[in-house]
Design a protein around this ligand. Structure first.
Ligand SMILES: [Zn+2]
Length: 108
């Protein structure tokens, strides 16, 4: 969301600046009058607003991602960062793995 806003704002800004440069460079040409300066100014203000909104959205995104807790993949209990399962499920999965290795050892 924030990335889309930032990209949109930056592209609008680039477009507006490019049109402005063209307008200034070919000021004597008659076709330059086709570029409406008033609309260009409004577009400039709009693009700046979109970029500011994108930056604000990015800050909010970062804040939200920090608030989100890591959860157990089985029961969704909050767990420490970097862990995949809660204590109970980790234990049951480990014992399950233990059984598997035990089974193969027995078969040998
Ligand atoms: Zn669990």
């Amino acid at each position: 969301m924030s990335t889309t806003l930032l990209r949109l704002g930056l592209w609008t800004l680039i477009l507006v600046l490019a049109l402005y440069v063209v307008h200034e460079a070919y000021a004597e040409e008659t076709w330059v009058e086709m570029i409406p300066m008033q609309a260009l100014q409004q577009a400039l203000v709009l693009s700046v607003l979109v970029i500011v909104a994108g930056i604000v959205a990015r800050i909010f995104d970062r804040g939200a991602s920090m608030v989100v807790k890591n959860r157990c993949r089985v029961c969704k209990t909050p767990i420490p960062k970097g862990a995949l399962y809660c204590r109970a499920h980790l234990r049951s999965i480990l014992s399950h793995e233990d059984e598997k290795t035990h089974m193969t050892r027995v078969r040998k």
